[in-house]
Ligand binder design. Structure first.
Ligand code: ADP
Ligand code: MG
Length: 475
């Protein structure tokens, strides 16, 4: 770093002296007191002003939240300081460990450390959150019977209005659960985008449970725990994906419990996503389990045929805009791929790739051939036989009992559950399910109705169904 000339030095001291009053004035007492007061003037080089903080958390937080946004004009520290003086073209925030001697601006030799100047050139990405996917918006989320409750709740969650007040106030934490590829990540990111678009000051943090643990452990190792805590407690909307990851990780669970409890008591919003119902996450503490199930728990179901059809049309438009796939192809896919929206997307992608690369037209026969493996694996994943086997196993009865005429209670209940789950988790219609259980149309409908009633009124029944569904869809 070059020696400052007298003139430059004069500029430097002026800027240095003005720095804190300007920032405080622009960002207000609260933000300044919590975060920005910790900035120290580090150096001034080639029109770049370098500010330092004593922890990496703080550096990353300030970079992400305040360097390019925030303040009265939403110009961020960078915008504020560059408009303050024409001598400043850029602002960098770096981390300098506290045990290093304070760098006096006049002792320019100290600033020659190559590591420091190179750090200031990196525009490190914030290490906590993940980038939101631009495609995961409400607009791109296709509603159907199977997900309309989830969608309504998601919309109510991000807008405080009289109509939504129940969900807005009671649905915290909001807990989305269900098998893979059913749209949990998509819908929770849609909430994040919506909040971002409508409330610029709302601090949203979206990260996976694995990332939460990684940051937590790292902060323990680096003695940065207080900053970690402070950052997590200053968030307005916290979204944690793939929560199942914390099973068995006791320390992380404790920290998460503290974070969630504190955010809830400060009326901040929390969304948690998991592949299981809170009661079925193994190896988690009682308190955490109770807080997770104490908010609003919403189940993501496999979309029904009609919704799958619409989702396929949506993917068709997005991935192959110039080619409308034949109705027969869409129906075939919607019928055969019934357990996962991601697999629907994969099927259209494969057709599109084949069409683009080979120039072949997408005929029904051609589609069947191209997608054979996807169709077979989807059929194997969830079928009536598999459901019958898992349910019979769970109740220690014979598979054949499920399709027998037995009226014993020990058989009636498992049969009801197996029929209900066959309707819910496969694409078979009532008559086809009837054939598999050796029952007529009205008996199948009766069994489904009975299960739905029991699900609404009997917690024990509900727990068993949730557990079985989890087993069926996760294997
Ligand atoms: P999950 O988090 O439940 O595993 P994702 O949210 O990652 O599932 O969804 C998998 C893929 O399916 C994503 O590309 C997502 O955009 C798409 N998807 C899921 N549900 C829908 C829906 N209802 N409408 C449109 N796309 C959907
Ligand atoms: Mg996901």
């Amino acid at each position: 770093m070059k020696q400052l000339s007298a003139e430059e030095h004069n500029d430097y001291s002026q800027i240095s002296a003005a720095l804190h009053p300007i920032i405080k004035n622009e960002f207000g007492e609260k933000v300044y007191g919590s975060w920005l007061s910790k900035l120290s003037f580090y150096a001034f080089e080639n029109y770049e002003i370098i500010l330092s903080v004593s922890s990496k958390f703080l550096r990353d937080w300030i970079r992400r939240e305040y360097l390019h946004k925030g303040g009265r004009g939403n110009k961020g520290i960078n915008g504020i300081l560059t408009s303050f003086s024409s001598e400043i073209k850029k602002v960098a925030i770096i981390f300098v460990a506290q045990k290093q001697p304070e760098v006096s601006p006049t002792v320019t030799e100290n600033l020659q450390s190559p590591s420091v100047s190179s750090i200031s050139k990196y525009d490190n990405v914030f290490p906590f959150g993940v980038e939101l996917n631009k495609r995961y918006t409400f607009k791109n989320f296709i509603a159907g019977d199977s997900n309309k409750l989830a969608l309504k709740v998601a919309k109510a969650f991000c807008e405080k209005s009289q109509k939504n007040s129940f969900i807005y106030n009671q649905g915290n934490p909001l807990f989305f659960y269900g098998g893979v590829g059913l749209g949990k990540t998509h819908l929770s990111q849609a909430i994040a985008w919506h909040i971002k678009d409508h409330d610029i000051s709302n601090k949203i943090l979206y990260l996976s449970a694995e990332r939460f643990m990684y940051q937590f452990v790292k902060s323990l190792q680096k003695n940065d725990l207080m900053d970690f805590k402070q950052i997590f407690r200053s968030i307005d909307t916290l979204i944690i994906d793939d929560l199942q990851f914390i099973a068995g990780k006791n320390g992380t669970q404790e920290e998460l419990l503290c974070t969630i409890s504190e955010l809830i008591s400060n009326k901040k919003k929390i969304i948690l996503l998991c592949d299981k119902h809170p009661n079925n996450i193994e190896n988690i503490g009682k308190k955490l389990k109770s807080i997770l199930s104490g908010g609003l728990v919403i189940d993501f179901k496999c979309p029904d045929f009609k919704t799958r059809y619409q989702i396929l049309r949506h993917f068709n438009k997005a991935l192959l805009p110039d080619k409308e796939l034949d109705k027969k192809i869409i129906s075939l896919l919607a019928e055969k791929i019934n357990s996962n929206v991601r697999a629907l997307e994969g099927a259209v992608k494969k057709l599109a790739a084949n069409h683009i690369l080979t120039g072949e037209d997408v005929s029904f026969e051609n589609a069947k051939e191209v997608l054979n493996d996807i169709i077979i694996s989807s059929e194997q994943k969830c079928n009536v036989e598999k459901i019958q086997k898992i349910v019979a196993n769970h109740f220690s009865i014979k598979i054949s009992d499920l399709s027998s005429k037995s009226r014993i209670k020990d058989i009636i209940i498992p049969r009801q559950i197996a029929i209900y789950l066959s309707k819910k988790l496969t694409s078979k219609n009532i008559s086809e399910i009837g054939l598999k259980f050796n029952k007529n149309h009205s008996t199948i409908i009766y069994n489904i109705k009975k299960s739905e009633e029991a699900l609404a009124n009997n917690q024990e029944f509900k727990n068993i169904v949730i557990k079985l569904e989890d087993k069926i869809t996760s294997k």
